[in-house]
Design a protein around this ligand. Structure first.
Ligand SMILES: Cc1cn([C@H]2C[C@H](O)[C@@H](COP(=O)(O)OP(=O)(O)O[C@H]3O[C@@H](C)C(=O)[C@@H](O)[C@H]3O)O2)c(=O)[nH]c1=O
Length: 181
């Protein structure tokens, strides 16, 4: 497994070893010991999630606050998304900066997102099957987020704004400056 640093400290891109043969391919989508060795720390994943999104669907930017903050290991099984991570750790040198990467069922890349970061993605293919592990349980009262087109964060989603599909909840997310005045 390759582990590649990103511009955000503690946020890594992981590339599993893929074995291809005449039948197709195989890879370990999660191996606790290889994963923890790659990122250099222990993570106790408690919940696996899966979503299917249509083209243009943007989910994010999301995080859980306080003691329900989650680390996530995210990947795409089928289709393609542009995945975005934002550093919300106020003491971090990269506070307010973001990292983005295309994740697809073809490149098999994964992103490890530590606690203290917001996460979102926009679906580039007709449909995308997205799956991720979390090290804290879903806790509705701790859900929080930032509007995807926030003027302070300046994220280029590389997708026509008029075609972006948001949930009602995501349309009403606050701005970065409201959370961090
Ligand atoms: C995230 C989540 C949602 N739900 C429920 C709540 C709601 O009725 C329904 C859909 O929830 P949402 O609209 O919040 O789903 P979604 O927009 O896919 O939320 C996810 O977005 C990505 C970007 C993340 O990073 C995740 O952590 C998570 O916030 O599923 C759970 O039961 N458990 C969970 O862990």
């Amino acid at each position: 497994m390759n582990c590649i640093s990103t511009n955000l400290k503690d946020c890594f891109v992981l590339e599993p070893q893929v074995f291809e043969d005449e039948r197709g391919l195989f890879f370990e989508s999660y191996n606790q010991s290889k994963f923890e060795e790659a990122i250099g720390k222990q993570v106790n994943f408690l919940q696996d999630n899966q979503s299917i999104s249509k083209k243009g669907v943007l989910r994010g930017l999301h995080f859980q606050k306080g003691k329900f903050a989650q680390s996530k290991l995210v990947r795409v099984v089928q289709g393609e998304v542009l995945d975005v991570v934002v550093d919300l750790r106020e003491k971090s040198e990269t506070f307010g900066q973001h990292f983005k990467l295309n994740l697809s069922g073809k490149n098999n890349k994964m992103i490890f997102i530590p606690k203290g970061m917001a996460h979102g993605f926009v679906t580039l293919s007709e449909e995308a099957l997205f799956t991720y592990k979390c090290d804290e349980y879903y806790h509705k009262a701790s859900e929080n987020g930032i509007i995807y087109n926030d003027e302070t964060l300046q994220i280029d989603w590389g997708y026509p704004v008029k075609d972006i599909i948001l949930s009602q909840k995501d349309e009403e997310l606050p701005k970065f400056k409201e959370l961090f005045p």
